[in-house]
Design a protein around this ligand. Structure first.
Ligand SMILES: [Zn+2]
Length: 292
């Protein structure tokens, strides 16, 4: 528009300018950007409500996750493809967290605050809305050890909702009395933050040349909050090393039986030995890159 043309503008042009101003004002927030995409290109990004296995009751009452039976996510777009292909995110293991952050409608939520089962529920919902429920992946046959391609329907995976009560609502702490030593132990379900810390510790141990795998004790150290009210991590560490094996088993069984999440147990039929086996669904490259 030429300088000074404002006074000669018709009424119609005035309306256009008003609209442009509104759009500029709206584009301050993310939600409005989406509505522009919708207004201009007619693209509507679908939003889906995903049930949380934890039912939200294990999150602290000041968290935006507290009491959320479901969370809203938007379907993946090209923006999210950038995230899943980012070398930097892949290298430091933050792809899934970044992806979840980008797709959660409530931007106050930090996906790392969520327990693994809730993150899995969102991840599977994102995969289904983005690429469909059919998932083809190479699986190891437990009977003969050979690989074969299997096809699964992700929409058939069951949800395992939290069925035990935390010590108080709004806390991720559960109490169990060990069968042999009779000590009262409080445990929690590990979050994204805990898993990050655990992989850093394991990485460090590997660099220092530790050969012995310590997955069992590491997992317990991450899950145990207190023993008889003692919360000191190094004391808990010593307790774990001397714990009778039956107590260790009972503790791991409690965590496994009660951890809310998606039941990833699936059946495969081996293409080599034709045996059927129950396996844990492997999350491979084709989960978010179905065409590779
Ligand atoms: Zn086989």
């Amino acid at each position: 528009m030429k300088k000074g043309a404002l006074s000669e503008m018709s009424e119609n042009e005035m309306v256009d300018i008003e609209q442009a101003k509104n759009i500029a004002a709206m584009s301050q927030g993310k939600f409005q950007v989406q509505s522009i995409v919708k207004d201009v290109f007619g693209l509507e990004v679908p939003v889906e409500s995903v049930p949380l296995p934890s039912r939200g009751i294990i999150y602290s009452s000041d968290s935006p996750l507290y009491g959320q039976e479901t969370l809203d996510i938007k379907a993946m777009t090209a923006r999210e493809e950038d995230i899943i292909m980012s070398r930097a995110y892949i290298k430091n293991g933050t792809v899934i967290s970044e992806l979840l952050k980008s797709c959660l409608i409530d931007k106050r939520i930090d996906p790392n605050d969520m327990i693994a089962g809730d993150r899995n529920a969102l991840m599977i919902a994102l995969r289904i809305t983005g690429y469909g429920a059919n998932y083809q992946v190479e699986c190891d046959c437990p009977k003969c050890g050979k690989d074969s391609e299997q096809s699964f329907d992700l929409s058939q995976l069951g949800i395992k909702r939290l069925a035990v009560n935390p010590i108080v609502e709004g806390s991720n702490q559960f109490e169990i009395i060990l069968p042999v030593c009779k000590k009262t132990v409080r445990v929690k379900f590990t979050t994204g933050h805990d898993e990050k810390e655990m992989s850093t510790v394991q990485e460090r141990k590997k660099k220092m040349g530790f050969q012995q795998e310590s997955n069992v004790t590491d997992k317990l150290l991450n899950s145990i909050v207190s023993v008889q009210g003692i919360t000191d991590k190094s004391k808990i560490g010593m307790f774990i090393k001397d714990m009778p094996v039956r107590d260790s088993l009972a503790l791991r069984k409690f965590l496994e039986d009660n951890e809310p999440g998606i039941d990833m147990t699936v059946n495969m039929k081996c293409q080599h030995c034709f045996e059927e086996s129950e396996i844990k669904l492997p999350i491979g490259v084709s989960f978010f890159w179905p065409d590779k």
